[in-house]
Design a protein around this ligand. Structure first.
Ligand SMILES: [Zn+2]
Length: 272
């Protein structure tokens, strides 16, 4: 008779638990993807505080070449979804030295190459590469106000942008996904694209939000990595579709307030 392999009890560690007690994570813990991103970020920017219980982080800080490839990949996905037609939209990531990589002006996000990207200092100075996207001020504003953010995506997904033209924010609890994955998405006041007006319009909203509708313009999302920022953009457009469908069908019935509080607890537990 063969012996059954021993199954060790494994403990799931949320992003919040890791932040609250970073030096005491058990060896057999399962660390959520978001927690790993945070560990990567800490290791990359803050000098290796991501060491947990005597073992190395499961993933290391991503090198610049890999981040360049990721921006190209996300550009293709945004273009394929119809979120960035023509030369619309822009994408950036924060590098370990505090500068950013951002897409250049006037280039289709569906046809980017890794070498096309611009390296920009936090003062807006071009370190290397082509002329940056005209919305670089928006990106710098997000990185300055949100130290945990490693990636910013700005796009013009048609339904979310349409709602922004109608003055409709995505801040009503219509689906659990909207509450858990996104939280309320506010509508920033109209600002002329590519000017400091854009940063002024979002500055007061950044503290509490990772996704913002820009009136008569588009959407900004950010996150601890590029994939998260991209997925938030997808979820914003999905939420816009659902909001529109509910409106066409006679108006949405909102999730009851006590149930919204339950969902908000789940969101906090997941560290979203
Ligand atoms: Zn735009």
């Amino acid at each position: 008779m063969t012996e059954k392999p021993e199954i060790k009890k494994r403990i799931f560690i949320s992003d919040l638990e890791l932040r609250q007690n970073p030096g005491n994570i058990p060896e057999n813990a399962i660390i959520s993807p978001l927690s790993r991103d945070w560990m990567d970020y800490e290791g990359e920017v803050a000098g290796g505080r991501s060491q947990v219980a005597g073992r190395k982080p499961e993933t290391s800080a991503r090198p610049e070449e890999e981040l360049r490839k990721q921006i190209v990949e996300i550009g293709r996905r945004l273009y394929a979804l119809g979120f960035v037609p023509a030369t619309d939209g822009n994408i950036s990531v924060r590098l370990g030295d505090g500068s950013i990589l951002i897409t250049p002006a006037g280039v289709s996000k569906g046809a980017l190459a890794p070498g096309d990207l611009t390296n920009l200092g936090m003062d807006g100075r071009v370190i290397s590469g082509k002329k940056p996207s005209s919305e670089y001020r928006l990106h710098l504003c997000v990185y300055k106000q949100k130290p945990g953010v490693m990636a910013v995506v700005h796009a013009h997904p048609p339904l979310a942008t349409g709602l922004s033209c109608a003055g409709v924010a995505l801040d009503q609890p219509l689906t659990s996904e909207m509450v858990i994955a996104l939280g309320a998405v506010p509508l920033a006041e109209y600002a002329t694209p590519g000017t400091d007006e854009v940063t002024e319009s979002i500055a007061g909203l950044l503290k509490d939000h990772d996704a913002i509708l820009l009136a008569n313009h588009g959407v900004m999302t950010c996150g601890r990595n590029l994939e998260t920022a991209f997925q938030r953009m997808e979820t914003v457009e999905q939420s816009a579709k659902i909001t529109l469908a509910a409106s066409l069908a006679g108006g949405g019935r909102l999730i009851p307030p006590d149930k919204v509080r339950e969902l908000e607890k789940i969101r906090a537990r997941l560290g979203l």
